[in-house]
Every structure is written in structure tokens, then in C-alpha cells.
Design a protein around this ligand. Structure first.
Ligand code: NAD
Ligand code: TYD
Length: 340
């Protein structure tokens, strides 16, 4: 494993992963393959292109386009695919579910076909704790049944099942990681922590869905990247590994950390209509990955505060996004009624 195709590498976690891998492994070559949807941004990789230009290439392409996927794999003699490419926001999956099925299900199939045809050394799928559905008690283990409840998580679960089918049917060397909620640099400000941090900086209300007692495991994005790295190198083909901080907090607790870090009053909190089908709690058992020698380096609280500080120091990155027409249209559709 030396030559990687990182699909969705211009998005939040993908761009952090590419930087992490190129810094850690001086002999690796990475091709980022990305459609550049609203969430994919070359700014996320501009320092990577400058620092690692001879070991990094960018190809604009859709994972649903089998021809371009295959020619890119051949041109760059890729031996490993790591698939981050996806539609990723639950609220958008309630507005436009078709896009999720197209990329997260059909796109995964296209990549698997290409990996099989070219006999790649590894296909790694980036998945999510949301495929287990809400867990009101205990923690999800890799062997648990999948009970996704949103169009996003149902699409991701379908992708996972297809990946495992290629292992069972043709022995394709696949691995899957299921990560909890990530926070860190370059996360599009539709997701809750960057949305709340940037709203707080602008003295805008923080729209907390429902009672704010939903629980999430907010992990730092580089802890997740380290987990993926460990699975790529030490994981067993055909296996699934959970990746998360192993702790969780309520959305209200998260919101208070955001406000305290920015230095703004809790009067900015506004309880609004809940998300339909809102999963009450996710929680992962991460002992399987721990047994490979991996440990998360941040608690939820540390991860959130560190992330908020990055947004305070990097307005150049998020301000143009939030001022853009696309974002404003989305924000109005999602929140104007709720915030009235
Ligand atoms: P993101 O929305 O920031 O980035 C997704 C990237 O995929 C973008 O660069 C986008 O342009 C690209 N993309 C979308 N459709 C594509 C297509 N058809 N072809 C090629 N590229 C396409 O997402 P993220 O938060 O970085 O998530 C990355 C992966 O991690 C996803 O698979 C997601 O399901 C998974 N995941 C995310 C989280 C989280 O908290 N963000 C947690 C667990 C798992
Ligand atoms: P999100 O970042 O959308 O991730 P996910 O739904 O995939 O876990 O949301 C995280 C939590 O924050 C989730 O419980 C929903 C809640 N939330 C709000 O309360 N208000 C918001 O405006 C958003 C976007 C999310």
C-alpha cells in the first residue's frame, strides 16, 4: 500500500486525512478524486498542494462515473482506495434523499467494481456510527444489527453492506471504519459545531433542535484519521472497526462549550422545532480498534473547544462560505421558519 486514491478528499475529513498521511509517510503518493460539491473545496488542500506537490495529485471527478474512476486508477497506478466521498448531512438527506442514494450507494458500488477489476490491494470504506441507528442504552459494537433511521444513514448502511458483499462474494480485501461525529478544521458550517461557533461569533442565535438532550460522541478529526491509518495497516480484511472518543455529551452541553470558548452569553441559545426522526443517542464501543493499539487523544470537550478556536482564527476560510448565495439559500430553507 503506497499509492492511494482518496475519494472525497477535498471535503472535511478527507482533506485532514490526506494531510495527515502525507506528513506521516514520506513514500506515499495520494490522488484526491473529488466532484467538488458544495462541501468539497480546494482551499482545504491548498497547503497540501504547496507542501507535497510531487506526492499529491488532484482529479475532479464523480465516483458514479465508472470510466473516469478506472482511468484515474490506471493512470496513477493506484493500489488502495479510501472512500470518503459521500453526501453527508442528515438535514439535507431529508430535503434531497436521491442525491444520497446516488453517491453513497451507487457510487460505492462503482468504486468496488473498479477495485475488483483492477485487483487492488485494499478498498477502505469510511462509514458512520449512524448506521446502527439510535442506541438508547449501551454502546454499538461492530457485530450489532444495522437499524438506520434517516435517508443519510440508510444510504451509508447500504454502502457498508455492498462493501461486505464484495468481500464475501469475490474476496475483495475490504475494511470499514464507522466513525462518530467528527469536529475539527475545515468542516462545512452546516454541521452543528462550526454552525454554532460561527453563529456565536456573529451574535446570531444557536438553533438547538428540540430539548437539546440528544447525545453525540464528538471526536477530534485527527483521532479519527489515526484510527483509519491503524485499520489500513493492522486491520483484517472483511472486518469493521468503530472509531470514536468512546464518550458522549448532550447537544446542550456541547452548545455551552462552544459559547464559553467564543465568550458569548447562553441567551443566544434558541430551542427550535426538532429534526424529523432525530436519533436520540449514538454511542460506540471502540475496544476492537483499541486492541490494535489505537487510543483517542482528545475528549469530546477538548475536541470541541480546539475546533471552535480554529474557527475563531480562520475566518478567511468560513466567512466566504457563509456569505455565499448557496449557503444563504440553504440556511433560509432550513432555519427561517424555525427561528421566526
Ligand atoms: P464532507 O461533506 O465535508 O465531504 C464530502 C466530500 O465528498 C466533498 O469533498 C464532496 O465534494 C465529495 N463528494 C460528494 N459526492 C461526490 C461524488 N459523487 N463523487 C466524488 N466526490 C464526491 O463530508 P465529511 O464530513 O468529510 O465526511 C466524509 C466521510 O466520512 C463520509 O463518507 C461520511 O459519511 C463519513 N463520516 C462523517 C462523519 C462526520 O462527522 N462528518 C462521521 C462519520 C463518518
Ligand atoms: P449534525 O452536525 O447535523 O450531525 P448528525 O446529525 O449527523 O449527528 O448534528 C449533530 C447534533 O446537533 C444532532 O443531534 C442534531 C443537532 N443539531 C441542532 O441541534 N441544531 C442544528 O442546527 C444542527 C445542524 C444540528
Amino acid at each position: 500500500m503506497r499509492r492511494f486514491l482518496v475519494t472525497g478528499g477535498a471535503g472535511f475529513i478527507g482533506s485532514n486525512f490526506v494531510r495527515y498521511m502525507l506528513e506521516k509517510y514520506p513514500d506515499y503518493f495520494i490522488v484526491v478524486y473529488d466532484k467538488l460539491t458544495y462541501a468539497g473545496r480546494l482551499e482545504n488542500l491548498q497547503d497540501v498542494a504547496a507542501r507535497f506537490g510531487d506526492r499529491y495529485a488532484f482529479v475532479k471527478g464523480d465516483i458514479c462515473d465508472a470510466e473516469t474512476v478506472e482511468s484515474t486508477l490506471r493512470n496513477y497506478q493506484v493500489d488502495t482506495i479510501v472512500n470518503f466521498a459521500a453526501e453527508t448531512h442528515v438535514d439535507r438527506s431529508l430535503l434531497t434523499p436521491g442525491a444520497f442514494i446516488q453517491t453513497d450507494v451507487y457510487g460505492t458500488f462503482v468504486l468496488l467494481e473498479a477495485a475488483k477489476k483492477l485487483s487492488l490491494e485494499r478498498y477502505h470504506q469510511i462509514s458512520t456510527d449512524e448506521v446502527y441507528g439510535q442506541v438508547l442504552e449501551d454502546r454499538s459494537r461492530e457485530t450489532d444489527h444495522l437499524k438506520p433511521r434517516s435517508p443519510y444513514s440508510a444510504s451509508k448502511a447500504s454502502g457498508d453492506l455492498m462493501v461486505l458483499a464484495y468481500y464475501e462474494s469475490w474476496g475483495l480485501p475490504v475494511t470499514i471504519t464507522r466513525g462518530s461525529n467528527n469536529v475539527g478544521p475545515y468542516q462545512y458550517p452546516e454541521k452543528v459545531v462550526p454552525l454554532f461557533a460561527t453563529n456565536a461569533m456573529d451574535d446570531q442565535p444557536l438553533p438547538v433542535y428540540g430539548d437539546g438532550q440528544q447525545m453525540r460522541d464528538y471526536q477530534y478529526v485527527l483521532d479519527h484519521c489515526e484510527g483509519i491509518d491503524v485499520v489500513l495497516h493492522k486491520g483484517k480484511p472483511g472486518e469493521v472497526y468503530n472509531v470514536g472518543s468512546g464518550s458522549e455529551m448532550t447537544n446542550l452541553e456541547m452548545t455551552k462549550i462552544v459559547l464559553a470558548t467564543v465568550g458569548k452569553p447562553e441567551s443566544l441559545i434558541k430551542h427550535v422545532d426538532d429534526r424529523p426522526g432525530h436519533d436520540r443517542r449514538y454511542a460506540l464501543d471502540v475496544s476492537k480498534l483499541r486492541s490494535l493499539g489505537w487510543e483517542p487523544r482528545h475528549t469530546c470537550a477538548q475536541a470541541i473547544a480546539k475546533t471552535v478556536r480554529w474557527y475563531m482564527e480562520n475566518e478567511w476560510w468560513w466567512r466566504p462560505i457563509k456569505n455565499g448565495e448557496l449557503y444563504q439559500a440553504y440556511y433560509a430553507e432550513q432555519y427561517s421558519q424555525r427561528l421566526k
